[in-house]
Design a protein around this ligand. Structure first.
Ligand SMILES: [Zn+2]
Length: 136
């Protein structure tokens, strides 16, 4: 899973001493550096968005983190799933193979919808986790 800077949300991370017992990392976008375990994952960025009062980041930073993580997910999705989605669209006849403008548009929309759906479901999962925590 992609890791991002806990201060600015950048995914441009320089991983240092990966093999040491306490791996270090430094952000190439701002001057943050620290333990690699302090980097945020998509799940944690979503948690922060659901808890804007969290002390790790301001609501503005949190929203930016979530947005950058969604964009990273969208890029990854388009890279690995764009072609099979396009093939499926052509095979069922939603769009002609030569209609590249609309084919591209539909692939992009399919990936975007997937990102939105995943983010919504992540929030549901997070709320379920919090609910389960309170009942213990
Ligand atoms: Zn940074």
């Amino acid at each position: 899973m992609a890791k991002i800077c806990p201060r600015c949300g950048s995914a441009h991370i320089d991983h240092q001493e990966l093999l040491s017992p306490k791996p270090l990392a430094a952000c190439l976008n701002c001057d943050w550096s620290g333990a690699a375990v302090d980097l945020l994952t998509l799940d944690e960025a979503t948690v922060l968005r659901a808890n804007p009062d969290g002390d790790l980041a301001s609501p503005e930073t949190t929203l930016r983190l979530a947005k950058q993580m969604s964009e990273a997910f969208l890029r990854q999705l388009a890279k690995s799933a764009g072609q099979p989605i396009g093939q499926a669209l052509v095979e069922v006849g939603f769009v002609g193979r030569k209609d590249t403008a609309n084919l591209t548009r539909l692939i992009r929309k399919a990936c975007l919808s997937a990102v939105v759906g995943v983010l919504e479901e992540l929030e549901v999962i997070q709320k379920e986790k919090q609910g389960a925590g309170r009942n213990q």
